[in-house]
Design a protein around this ligand. Sequence first.
Ligand code: CMC
Length: 434
Amino acid sequence: MSKKDTVTLIDNSTGKEVELPILRPSNGIPTIDVRKLYNELGFFTYDPGFLSTASCHSSITYLDGLKGELQYAGYPIEQLADHSTFLEVCCLLINRELPSDEEFEEFKNIITHHTMLHEALKRFYSGFRRDAHPMAIMVGVVGALSAFYHDDIDIHNPQDRIIAMHQLIAKMPTIAAWSYRYAHGLPFEYPRNNLDYAENFLHMMFSLPTEKYVPDPFFVKALDLIFILHADHEQNASTSTVRLTGSSEANPFAAVSAGIASLWGPAHGGANEAVIRMLVDINESDHDVQYYINRAKDKNDRFRLMGFGHRIYKNYDPRARIIRKTCHELLSHLGSNCQYKDLFDTAMELEKIALEDEYFISRNLYPNVDFYSGIILLAMGIPLNMFTVIFAVARTVGWITHWNEMIQDPESRIGRPRQLYIGALPRDYPEDRK
Ligand code: CMC
């Protein structure tokens, strides 16, 4: 290591110092290795939300929020969106290489033949209230998978891990579609092996015993695109949750269930649902779109435009650019026949005004992926409370690939953050209470 590859930290109160290595990523921001800080200087680091902390090595996804770049295993998301499919992206994320034709056929075959659920799992659904949120059902049923497969999985056996990964990718659409079917009092529709991943999901959502659902090919393509765009996003809250849960060597189904719980929060996976609720509110009010733009700009008003801005992307969210095109194409494909036309007109008006308004331009507040995915999912007839469920179906491959990477990383440890204690000092239990 050259002299340049360290930083020196000096404790000015004692004059003691420590030289910390700088770790160089293959792409992105250099990282200071603080592991010896505690032993040598007796300090922890303070970083709420881990916004400046790299907790692991990863070779899965790279993103640059300032440049607005997102790559899966080095491949730009734009190129994957144009040329790939969700299942091929799954192969890419799992292996960090695009599959050969033969490998891809084998993968598709495995996923297609593992979509069924154990019949006993059906009973878990009936334990829920009919009005249960589908994400609550997802947390429960995916967690319950661990009761079916717990003793069969040796997480230190690579083959066992791959089987668990395949099972999750294959079964998640079935679990998701059935959470919708249960809430609507509909019979569970079994998966069909002649349909591809996105089409099969739509079939399980909407086919009836009395009438087979034949999806608009446009919807199938748009859903596959949504799956691709949401497949991974490096160390976000739900992925970090899966890693942290799995770091104790917990069952992978239980770890993914924890990831689903994290995703459910409105600050993470719920934004596209919030976009539609906002559009409905705007349409039902007596005010025009400009009134809401003005409210969003008003410092004394807590109202924000849902689907605008991003914590990481301070340039255009590359996923938003891709999905915007599909959204516009879909709306013109549906034309005036669409029952949500008024909502979509409002969305397009909002998009236009915000993109031209100095407040939004100067703060880099562009429409994000949720703005457009919410509109597309609604146009496809997906109910609002299923939006985050669809996100969970797509993100499963990311979660489980990160879990697999973590288990293989010789440097990974059981997650155990430190704290800055601000509570009471040691004191004795009162004599009169003994
Ligand atoms: N509408 C109006 N003003 C906004 C908005 C918005 N949606 N977002 C940020 N601002 C303003 C904010 O008031 C601040 O103004 P000023 O500099 O005058 O104080 C400035 O922009 C910077 O805001 P910030 O809160 O520092 O930005 P942030 O990076 O902390 O927040 C955000 C990012 C996503 C939480 C926020 O933009 C937001 O609440 N957006 C709406 C909700 C949403 O769409 N969330 C989905 C995000 S994408 C999820 C994913 O990738 O999975």
